[in-house]
Design a protein around this ligand. Structure first.
Ligand SMILES: [Zn+2]
Length: 504
């Protein structure tokens, strides 16, 4: 069955693939079109239309008020900080911020929506257009970005994790949390591109500090619209929406499954139906949720309690001038300025704080950027992972740089540096003080070195014989033994010279 599915698979272009890729694939017969709708919770102190705290979690129904519960007689007041965050994000994504936009009511019933409508934006959103670069040569077009309020949340078990057979609880804390919805054009042609788009968007949220982007907590939620069409057909196929995907990986898996499912339907001569489906992570399969709703089903009309949002040019320009360097620009600069390979530049610019850390370490002693990159990418990241901490809690970049400086000027061997590095996480002492305290400074004094050389030569008569018989390569082995004897402190270059002298 899985082979059949793979042969029907329309495209061979997925690198995020579910157990496939090794089978030789036929020429693709279908083109894939993917568009993403991403909801992002904005980082602000308070909610979009009231003063309630905008923060994840909390005792259920503790961060609520008559406004976010939609009591009769209350009026929403737009939070200025929400608008500033939306402008900032829109500009970072290359969108055009509209000087005039309008809030609208989107009417529907759901148990987590006490007002019976959601305040959103419909035909006049705050921003339009834009693009997200996913690599040097490819960017994905954005259709629009609009503001809206979040709804509450249904709990299908008790907050303590107990089962609630046949019942659900409702927590309204999330009602009125500020959201932007970013709608892409149907501009992606594979699960891989959708994954890369989300990853790039996630980096922009991090760099601009407009959202924490935490998918597990629902700060970033994604719906995918997927359709296929025979290669060469200009008209797009019928799109299917897959709702509420909660990880990058599940977005890719859901899209792949949907492509295979639709290809089987079309191959069988049937029609793909416009519908909304959910993704089941445990099985990797999408399931029918409901028929596709259209925008007219929501009976949108302009929100009578809020005036149009009018933005002055100066406010937009102030936001533009406050934008940080964006991830793709930083990645390019890491390559151009520091001469880093692509993979290094990409990893080191993956979050703003890691990129800042790296640059501070390079600047501290003006060391070779590639050597500093290697230390950050291997030793520092490994230590962070083992300690389950983030880069803010790492040893300071200045201390890291001072350690690397000791290796560069020959006072510390690479091996001993790793020991000092480990110790640096346990205390605040500078690298040179630690080197002394641990007795690890590199030994370059000939008397001490000759002592170790002679011990090792005496202990290894066989390799010494081999060397004298012309086998030069045993020198490496003997140098290794001497380094061991010295507990990593001997200057390996001088050791080699002394060893060769002793042997000849
Ligand atoms: Zn409230």
């Amino acid at each position: 069955m899985s082979v059949l599915i793979r042969i029907c698979s329309p495209s061979g272009a997925f690198s995020v693939s579910v157990g496939s890729g090794r089978l030789a694939r036929p020429m693709p017969r279908y083109e894939v079109t993917v568009g993403l709708e991403v909801h992002v919770q904005l980082l602000t102190h308070s909610k979009i239309f009231c003063r309630c705290t905008n923060q994840f979690g909390g005792e259920p129904n503790s961060r609520i008020c008559p406004i976010c519960l939609g009591y009769p007689g209350t009026l929403p007041v737009l939070n200025r900080a929400v608008v500033d965050q939306a402008i900032r994000l829109a500009l970072a994504l290359g969108c055009t911020v509209q000087p005039h936009s309008v809030f609208a009511r989107k009417n529907y019933f759901y148990a987590d929506l006490p007002k019976g409508y959601q305040i959103s934006q419909f035909d006049e959103p705050i921003a339009t257009g834009g693009r997200i670069p996913i690599d040097d040569s490819r960017s994905i077009a954005i259709h629009r970005l609009h503001l809206e309020e979040d709804a509450g949340k249904l709990l299908h078990e008790t907050p303590g994790g107990g089962a609630l057979p046949g019942k659900s609880l409702v927590d309204f804390n999330r009602c009125g949390v500020p959201l932007v919805e970013i709608v892409s054009e149907p501009d992606m042609s594979s699960a891989k591109e959708a994954h890369d788009y989300l990853q790039a968007l996630h980096q922009v949220l991090d760099y601009t500090a407009t959202s924490d982007g935490n998918m597990e907590e629902g700060s970033l939620r994604c719906d995918a619209n997927v359709s296929i069409r025979p290669v060469g057909q200009t008209e797009l196929g019928t799109k299917v929406e897959v709702k509420n995907l909660n990880s990058f990986r599940n977005v890719a898996r859901a899209i792949e499954h949907e492509i295979d499912r639709q290809a089987l339907i079309v191959d069988a001569g049937d029609e793909v139906l416009a519908e909304t489906r959910s993704f089941e992570a445990s099985t990797g399969v999408t399931r029918l949720l409901r028929g596709k709703e259209e925008s007219h089903d929501y009976r949108y009309f302009p929100e009578p309690d809020l005036p149009p949002l009018v933005l002055e040019e100066a406010r937009i320009e102030a936001a533009r001038s406050g934008l940080p360097e964006l991830p793709w620009d930083r990645r390019r600069r890491f390559r151009d300025t520091y001469g880093l390979p692509d993979a290094d530049a990409e990893l080191l610019s993956s979050t703003r704080r890691l990129a800042d850390y790296y640059e501070s370490a390079v600047a501290a002693h003006g060391q070779d950027p590639k050597i500093v990159a290697n230390w950050v990418m291997t030793e520092v990241l490994r230590e962070l992972k083992e300690r389950h901490i983030d880069v803010d809690s790492a040893i300071s970049p200045e201390r890291l740089a001072s350690l690397i400086a000791l290796i560069e000027d020959g006072s510390l061997s690479h091996r001993a540096a790793k020991d000092v590095f480990g110790e640096m996480w346990e205390c605040d002492e500078p690298a040179n003080v630690l080197v002394e305290r641990l007795g690890l400074s590199q030994v370059r004094d000939d008397d001490a070195l000759v002592g170790w050389v002679e011990t090792v030569v005496a202990a290894h008569p066989a390799p010494v014989e081999q060397y004298r018989a012309g086998e030069q390569k045993v020198v490496g082995f003997l140098v290794g033994q001497i380094m061991k004897e010295s507990q990593g402190r001997a200057d390996p270059k001088r050791v080699r010279e002394l060893l060769v002298e002793t042997l000849s």
